[in-house]
Structure formats: structure tokens, C-alpha cells
Design a protein around this ligand. Structure first.
Ligand code: HEM
Length: 414
């Protein structure tokens, strides 16, 4: 059944690829396509690769003014957008989670958020490329973009009143068409990998009353880089995807490890900690994130972890052990008490087997005093992942100590 699902998805992807070139050349959809042609003809027709930039500086000013105008009524705008989207295109409702209370504004927030870097294709391009590839897991197809774009423009026009004019509309069309072009091209070129991976839970250990370490075996090879994260969905909360860092280094027998703390009742973390067992199947999105080792890392590595921030740090630690040229690896493991250090046994084993690995549990200390454990920070490649207050304190301290930013890497959620 699962294989059959994946075959269907692949077949759909082939249809999309065949249709894409023609659709982009003629404009996607009816209403939005014709408007897109006037607003961003060159971008849509030639593809993202040749777009000089998403928008010019004049259009940036128009877009910023437009977002500022609708911002005070953002909640109403979100509700209006989804009501209209699902009323005009009911088939799109099935792509979103049943309960959208938690994150129903993410898509719209992302669309409005495009404005922040709208004239920086160097920033926006890679971000949209990742998003486009990742959106395949939601079941999003090229043909869906026109409806979302049209509804976005309609919502903005509705909430802008007399502040809406042809130039503002043209700027939004250009930006959306740029984003759509990059995302659909990225989805198309990811055609040779699955949109998502089924993974079987092969281990589930409750290490604390609210924290579990899960072992997962993907049905197909899952290629990622140590330090990256995945997104996870459980059929118990269908279509609700949440990010979790991978605690294993690639190549560990296609076996993945996740560290999950149940934060609030009813969320995916609670499902993974308390309502998931060995034998269950989860879905994983493509790997994401840049918290990875540089191609040519410094000889000394300092890893600072707190809470489940240990997951990406543990993957980096294992990768670093096998990386020639890294001669010193220090891990500072922060916790409120001994119970917080839920993975100390596994880490102790690693340290025992590798003499250049030094692991220091730090319980009960102030986060900004953590770095006092290291006599000299010079020349270290430094990675920090953990609760926001810990990460903030450590990054502040590193800045006070004049550690160059290029040496410091931190958790994507911070
Ligand atoms: C330029 C176009 C778009 C942008 C910039 C965009 C961006 C985003 C972002 C940032 C998220 C948050 C989660 C994540 O990082 O994956 C998201 C979620 C989502 N998007 Fe998109 N998206 C676009 C187009 C679309 C289209 C055309 C659809 C089709 C209906 C779609 C469906 C979804 C769904 C189902 C979710 C997950 C549910 C949710 O978090 O609310 N997106 N999108």
C-alpha cells in the first residue's frame, strides 16, 4: 500500500514536469496567469535562473507599504484568505491539517514575509528552492500555485481599500511569480527523490516522563548531512508536520534517531512521546538546515548543547569523530539536573572509545557561565543548540569574548 502511494506520487510528479514548461510559458491558471504575464512576464517565461531579481527598489517600497497597511488586520486577513481559498478551491483543503488552529497562518505569514528579502534573490532564491522541494510532501502541485496567488492578491486588495492600486498589484504579482517560479522549478528538479519517506519506528525509549528517544528506519535511503533536521508527520495528526533534528550521522545503517520532548498536550511531540510505539509508521520530509560541519573545519570543535538541542550536536559529534583533521572535540552538555542529561550513557560510550573527545555535563550552572569550562576558545569551530535562553546566553557571551561570527554556528530554531 505504501509503495503504491509512492508510485502514485511519482506518477503525479511526472505529469507536473510535463505540464510545467508549457504552463510557465503561457502563464499559470486563467485569471492569475494573465495578470502574472503583465506583472512579471520575463520572470515567468524565462524561469528563475535568469531572473535578475525578485523586484526592484521602487516595488520593494510599494510592497512594504502594502504589508504595513494590512498588518493591523492580519488575523482577519488570514481568516479571509483561507475562507476564500477553500470556498473557491475546495480540493486544496485536503492538503492542510484538519485542525489549523495551531499554525494556520504559516503559509500566509510566509507569503507576506517574502517582502523582507524581496530584492535579494541571493537570499530568497536558496530559501525558496528548499521550500519548493519541501512542499512536495504536502502534495502541492504546480497547478495549485495560481489559486494561492490569486487569493493572496484578492485578500491584499480587499484589506487595503483605497490604498490598493495597479502598481502595488504589479509588484505583488512580480514577487509571487518569482517565488512560484523558483519553488516549482525546485520541486521539478527534485523529481528523482520521493516527496516524503515512510519510516518505521524501530525503537522508542522513554528517558524521562516527557522525553523519548526514537529510532526510525526509513523505507528508502534517506540522504542528509550530520546536523540537519527532518520534518515528521504521524497519521494520528495527519498533515501536521513538525521539525526534529536528526541525532545520528548519515550512514548509520539508514537508521535515524530523534529526541522528542512533549511540550504541550495535543501536539505532535506529545503524540511521538506518549502515543507512538515500535512498529508504527511515520512520514518524514526531505532533510533541511545548515547546522553542518564546514568542508574544511578547524582542528578544534566546541559543541554546546542543552535539552533536546543535543540531537543535532550528537550527530555533529559522531561526524566529527570520523573527520580527519579534527583533533579536539569538546562537548558541554547543559542541564538543570542529572535527569536532564537523558543521553549520558550513549555519550559516555563515545568518549570512552575516542580519546580526543571530552564531554562535560554542566548541571545547575548559569548558561552564560557555561563557556568558563573551556580555557581558551581561540581557533575553535563552535556549535550551539538548545533552549532559546541558553542559546541566547551562550551567543551573547561569545560575542563579548570577541569570537568571530564565522566561527559560531547555532540551532536554526533560535
Ligand atoms: C510562493 C508560494 C509559497 C510560499 C512562499 C509558501 C511558503 C510556505 C511556508 C514557509 C510554510 C510553512 C511551513 C514550511 O516551512 O514548509 C508553508 C506551509 C504550507 N504551504 Fe506553502 N507556500 C507557497 C505556496 C503554497 C501553495 C501553492 C500551496 C498549495 C495549496 C501551499 C500549501 C502549503 C501547506 C499545505 C502548508 C502546510 C500547512 C501549514 O503549515 O499551514 N503553499 N508554505
Amino acid at each position: 500500500m505504501e509503495e503504491y502511494d509512492q508510485l502514485l506520487v511519482l506518477r503525479n510528479a511526472v505529469h507536473v514536469r510535463r505540464g510545467l514548461a508549457g504552463q510557465l510559458a503561457t502563464g499559470i491558471g486563467s485569471g492569475f496567469g494573465s495578470r502574472a504575464r503583465s506583472g512579471a512576464a520575463s520572470g515567468a517565461a524565462t524561469g528563475a535562473g535568469t531572473l535578475a531579481g525578485a523586484v526592484d527598489s521602487g516595488q520593494r517600497a510599494l510592497l512594504e507599504a502594502s504589508v504595513a497597511r494590512v498588518a493591523p488586520r492580519a488575523a482577519e486577513l488570514v481568516a479571509w484568505f483561507y475562507t476564500r481559498l477553500f470556498a473557491t478551491r475546495p480540493y486544496l483543503r485536503g492538503l492542510f491539517p484538519a485542525d489549523m488552529a495551531d499554525q494556520h497562518d504559516r503559509l500566509l505569514a510566509a507569503l507576506l514575509g517574502l517582502v523582507a528579502d524581496c530584492d535579494r534573490p541571493d537570499i530568497l532564491g536558496p530559501r525558496l528552492t528548499r521550500l519548493g522541494r519541501d512542499h512536495r510532501k504536502y502534495g502541492v502541485r504546480t497547478a495549485h500555485y495560481a489559486g494561492v496567488g490569486e487569493t493572496l492578491i484578492a485578500a491584499l486588495a480587499h484589506f487595503s481599500g483605497t490604498g490598493w492600486d495597479a502598481a502595488t498589484e504589479a509588484a505583488w504579482l512580480r514577487l509571487y511569480t518569482y517565488a512560484m517560479t523558483v519553488m516549482t522549478e525546485a520541486a521539478d528538479s527534485a523529481d528523482d527523490e520521493p516527496p516524503y519517506w515512510y519510516a518505521t519506528v524501530v525503537a522508542h525509549e522513554l528517558r524521562r516522563p516527557d522525553l523519548a528517544v526514537l529510532g526510525l528506519r526509513p523505507a528508502a535511503p534517506y540522504r542528509y548531512t550530520a546536523g540537519q533536521y527532518t520534518t515528521v508527520e504521524s497519521s494520528r495528526l495527519a498533515r501536521l508536520w513538525k521539525p526534529y533534528s536528526l541525532a545520528t550521522r548519515p550512514g548509520a545503517g539508514n537508521l535515524l534517531e530523534l529526541h522528542v520532548r512533549a511540550l504541550e498536550p495535543g501536539g505532535l511531540s506529545e503524540v511521538l512521546v506518549h502515543r507512538t510505539a515500535v512498529g508504527d509508521t511515520l512520514r518524514l520530509g526531505p532533510p533541511l538546515g545548515d547546522l553542518t560541519l564546514p568542508a574544511d573545519p578547524r582542528a578544534k570543535l566546541l559543541l554546546v548543547a542543552g535539552g533536546t538541542g543535543l540531537a543535532p550536536i550528537k550527530a555533529l559529534l559522531q561526524e566529527a569523530i570520523r573527520t580527519p583533521g579534527i583533533t579536539v572535540i569538546r562537548l558541554l552538555l547543559a542541564g538543570r539536573d542529572r535527569d536532564d542529561l537523558y543521553d549520558l550513557d550513549a555519550l559516555g560510550d563515545l568518549a570512552a572509545r575516542h580519546r580526543h573527545v571530552d564531554i562535560r555535563p554542566v548541571v545547575d550552572g548559569e548558561p552564560d557561565a557555561l563557556l568558563d569550562q573551556v580555557p581558551d576558545l581561540a581557533g575553535h569551530e563552535i556549535y550551539v543548540a538548545g533552549p532559546p535562553e541558553m542559546t541566547r546566553a551562550v551567543l551573547t557571551r561569545l560575542a563579548e569574548l570577541d569570537v568571530p561570527p564565522g566561527q559560531v554556528h547555532h540551532d536554526p530554531y533560535y
